[in-house]
Design a protein around this ligand. Sequence first.
Ligand code: ADP
Ligand code: LRH
Length: 491
Amino acid sequence: MSNVLAFDLGASSGRALLGRLTDGKIEVEELHRFPNDPVQVGDRLHWDILRLYHEIKQGLLKAKHQGIELQSMAIDSWAVDFGFIGKNGELVGNPYHYRDRHTEGAMDSLFAQIPPSVIFARTGIQFLPFNTIYQLFALKQANSPWLQEGNRFLMIPDLLRYFLTGEMHNEFTNATTTQLYNPVEGKWDAELLRMLDLPASWFGNVLKPGAKAGSLSHSVCEELGIPSIPVYAVAEHDTGSAVAAVPATESSFAYLSCGTWSLMGTEVDKPVLHDLARKLNFTNEGGVADTYRLLKNIMGLWILQECRREWEREGKSYSFPELVQLASEAKPLQSFIDPDDASFLPPGDMPSRIAEYCGRTGQKAPETTGEIARCILESLALKYRYVFEMTERLSAQRFQGLHMVGGGIQNTLLCQWTANAIGKPVWAGPSEGSAIGNLVVQWIAQGAFANIGEARKAIRDSFPVAVYEPSESEAWSGAYERFLNVTGFAE
Ligand code: ADP
Ligand code: LRH
């Protein structure tokens, strides 16, 4: 039996999942779960990086208290964010949240210096205003002291790994999301770094998922009273780990990783760098086993999360199951939003922004909690169809259905509406996709699985998959036409 521990840090919560592998069968147990609440300080929105490190240590302590002998551990998290380590080995400043407003306008300003076609040709990464490249450019423009004091650039899991092991490494899947990594050359893009005037010495050797990235340091082991264990680099980008956990039988499949974000696409052997991929703003993020994830970001359940936070501020508290129930009771297919409208990116009062969007597009704004939740979930399902069809077009394939993984699959209404919208079955599971992808890459590194295909088979045999068959096709086809019109995608 092999026990390994996965720390999966999502934008809304983190968890430590213990994985047990016995005769090819995987069992998981959630040892620890904690909120990941960003912290606003003055004008800046930060991650609470030291609290996250504290929670990782709590997870290790819980394993110890249960008498579990661990063979290894690994961390994955959301992408693009980073911190700097100074010459004295200490963290410089407190990492920013990618939704912080300091990047506003940075992408367009940088395009005046480096055309987007050049950036895409060199990196294959979609244009999102919060990509690391624009964050670094914004810091430069603001003359941030971090850039004087920083000696090494580490992304969130790299940083946490460094705190645990004392070793500094950059990990491949996350490195690709910076939009500074060249997937064809297989290294940081020296030319982009030069054009941006960023020191190449900040960016270290890039470890592939499955590489050993150190061991728990003496001081951590002493503090926690535990033996040292290997710390692996896995697909440290949570979406990379989620896709590794898709229990697909087909060699080519469509997936939707459904959490705070919705990430939809397919796996490819080589980055797709042609003009159509750039025009459709698809990305080629590094995956496990030398694959790439040809996918597109969709704003996802973030909008519902932020509505919930707003309602909480107003003194009305709803659980997600309650919101799903209220949505199911509201009138179907009334008003739609484009979830990816720029107004929904920053934190804030989403119910008002939805009303403003509907006003702007000549639709009646949803009013009740159930109507608002329904509008968000139906609009997501319709946007999924739009991106599903783009994925088919770009990869020149027809998919039989859609694999959904991530916490969002607990929303059975969303799974059903997604099947209705795309007119094909949805296969939902597992919900802890990222953590399970993290676990299996550790087992591949230990030789317990020969390859990712074998690991996916074990996931298939170990976790239930819920099947949603499409229904109400006429109503959803009509709704899709209206969705295309109000969002402007019909043009
Ligand atoms: P992340 O890893 O990005 O923080 P998760 O994968 O944990 O996100 O998914 C969180 C989302 O899952 C929430 O925003 C919520 O919409 C949905 N969710 C979680 N639990 C439930 C539930 N019991 N019923 C319906 N939806 C849920
Ligand atoms: C999902 C995710 C996504 C990134 C975003 C920053 O958690 O990693 O793949 O685009 O967060």
